[in-house]
Structures are given as C-alpha cells and as structure tokens.
Design a protein. Structure first.
Length: 388
C-alpha cells in the first residue's frame, strides 16, 4: 500500500477544516434568545422640564412717588395683608385734611339751608294769613284794592323765598355728598400709598430700593404662592398621545439627583410648540418643592399605561422600523427554523423595547438578539436559560 504524501495529508486537513467550518456556519443550529411574555409592565414617557409656579405676581403701586419704607426682601415668607412697602404720603395727608374741612363746611351749609327753610315757611305762613284778612276786609269794602293786591304780592314773594330756600338745601346736600365722596376718594388714594401682600406668598425678587421714585404700575416685588408651584415638562408629540390628567409621574430634580419624587399630571396644554414639536405638561410634585427654585431643571417620567401581558422585543432587534406607523420586521423561530416576519408594535418603553400587538404566526418565537450568520430557513434552538 502506497504511503500518503505530505501534500495529500494537507489536502485532507483542509477538507476536514472546511467541512467543519461549513457545518458550523451553515448547518449547525444557531443558539438564539427569544422574547417571553412579561406581566404588569409600566409604559412611561420621558421629558425635560423646569420648576414653575401657577400663581406668580409682580406687584407695585398704582401711583407714582418715592419709597420711604421697605419691610420685605427676597426669600421672605409673607402673609396676606402684610405691609410690604410704603410711599411718601405727605401730600395726600394734606389733601385728606382738606377733604375733612370740606365735610365740615358742607355740613354747616346744609344746616344753614335747613334753617332758611324754616324761616321762609314762617314768613310765608304770616303773609298768607295777612293776605286772607285783607281779602275779607276788601269784601266788606273797608280797604282799597291796592292794599289787597299788595298783600297777595307779599305772599307770592314769601312762597318764592321758600322755594329758593328749598333749592339751596338740595344744593347744600349735594355739596355735602360730593365732599363725602372726595373724602372717601382721598382715603382710598392714601391707602394706595401702602403695598400689601395679596395672598400668602414667598418673595422671589425685590426690584426696588429705599428712596427710589417708582412709576405707577412699576413692579416692586415678585411673589409666588408656594402651594401653586409645579413642574412643567416638555414631552415629544410622538410620545404624548396617551398622557391624561391624573396619570402618575416621577420627577427628578437636578439639585437632588438621587431622589425620585412622586406626582400627577395636573394640566396638559392644548397647543403644542410648533418649533420643538413638544407638548407642555404640568405636574404636581409631592415633597420636592419645600425649598423650590423656580427655573430649576427637572426630568419627568409619566406612566401612561400598565400592560398586564405583553411581548417585548428590543428596538435594535427590529429591521426597517417605522416609528410613525409603528411597524417593522423581526426574526422569528418557528418549527425549528428562522424566518423574517413583519409585525405591528404598540408601546415603546424607555429602555427602547417595543411591544408586539399583531403579525406573529401561531407558536412563533421572536428573537431578542440577532447573532451573526442569520439566514432564513436556517435551523436554530433556544438558549436553555432564556427558555426556562
């Protein structure tokens, strides 16, 4: 028998190695990981936001003058009605004193007009009685007609004096009412020299200093109702469709990164931002706003649904994924062989997994990791740990 040469042995080795490689890459069943049904999976959407206040007021005086007293500063808590600042009221006090003097003068005029009426009534009564007697005497032809006419004229003049006195009383009363209104107005204006807190609040800014001449309507303090502080989150339109009022949320503040606070959706703006394509969502935040800082950045996670049962596949295991229509192609294991399958997705988790809602054949398993050498029709088996 002829002994094999070195060349023949080398060819045999190459053939064996090639056959092994062919078997390993083409025929040996691939070991794959497949998705399993998961239960009670929360679906959350993420957004960036800031700490804001629903009730924020910039308050000032309704008239112009110099500030002579400041009782509050930034960071201070104030109660409703507390005096925050005062304006110089010297000129207004003088006006108020003048109004009080006007009240006294008008009151005296009313009393004088009332007394004049009493006098005019007495004169009229006397002239009326005189005229009656003169008429009786004239009827008996004991006096002349001229004397009767004179008595009648004096009665008419007395009636006219009474009418004038009554008119003067009405004018005096009107003057008195005007003086009262002026006094009330001057008291109101005097009160406007004092700036009071409109509600229980925290002062977030003081814009003026002592001695500054402020203009009417110019801001002196900025106030915030601490009970109205909330978190404004900006959520992408593509993720915001399922958000509803009272949905639970989790919030992480930049100043306290190791704490996760609970909250709820309080308001959803109807109008989206046309530039950033985001919706504004306002959330309460329990316990995180005791020492708030307006404008502080925050991360918000809103839970939009909890899936009782769902089959998830990682997004990187999906081919041709269409985010708008939520469709794509996955690899499946069916009857021991690999195949590509188009499916429809429902929800997306924050860790980039997609829930499959339709398109899977019965008994098909979905690959969660795409190994090398994938090929349609190739045999595969499930990793034991994954399948257990």
């Amino acid at each position: 028998m002829k002994k094999p040469t070195g060349k023949t042995i080398a060819l045999l080795i190459v053939a064996v190695v090639g056959a092994g490689a062919w078997y390993m890459t083409k025929q040996r069943p691939l070991v794959v990981d497949v998705a399993i049904v998961e239960k009670n999976i929360p679906i959350k959407v993420f957004g960036l936001g800031t700490v804001e206040a629903r009730i924020l007021s910039k308050i000032g005086f309704s008239l112009s003058n110099s500030i002579v007293q400041l009782n509050a500063d930034e960071g201070q808590q104030v109660r409703k009605g507390d005096v925050l600042a005062r304006l110089d009221n010297t000129e207004q006090l003088a006006r108020l004193a003048k109004s009080k003097a006007g009240i006294l003068s008008a009151s005296a005029a009313v009393k004088g007009a009332a007394a004049a009426i009493l006098k005019a009534k007495a004169v009229l009564a006397k002239r009326t009685q005189t005229n009656r007697r003169q008429q009786e005497l004239y009827a008996r032809r004991t006096i002349s007609a001229e004397m009767v006419e004179l008595a009648k004229l004096e009665q008419d003049l007395a009636q006219a004096d009474l009418d004038i006195a009554q008119s003067n009383l009405l004018a005096a009363k009107a003057t008195f009412a005007n003086a009262q209104a002026q006094l009330k107005l001057d008291k109101v204006v005097l009160g406007q020299h004092i700036l009071r807190a409109p509600y229980d609040a925290v002062i977030t800014a003081r814009q003026m200093e002592l001695g500054t001449v402020v203009k009417a309507g110019e801001s002196v303090f900025t106030l915030v109702d601490p009970k109205s502080v909330w978190v404004l989150g900006h959520i992408s339109e593509s993720r915001s469709g399922l958000i509803a009022l009272d949905h639970p949320a989790e919030i992480r503040l930049r100043s306290r990164p190791h704490e996760l606070f609970k909250g709820k959706v309080q308001r959803i703006d109807i109008e989206s931002d046309r530039v950033t394509e985001e919706r504004r969502v306002f959330l309460s935040c329990h316990g995180c706003l005791d020492k708030f800082s307006l404008g502080e950045q925050a991360e918000v996670y809103v839970t939009t649904a909890i899936l009782e049962k769902a089959l998830f596949v990682p997004e990187n295991a999906v081919d041709d994924f269409d985010e708008r229509q939520m469709i794509g192609t996955v690899w499946i294991l069916i009857n021991g062989s690999l195949a590509r399958q188009g499916v429809t997705f429902g929800h997306r988790t924050l860790d980039a997994r997609l829930s499959i809602v339709s398109g899977l054949p019965k008994n098909a398993k979905v690959l969660t990791r795409l190994p090398k050498l994938l090929k349609q029709g190739r045999s595969a088996r499930i990793e034991k740990d994954n399948n257990s």
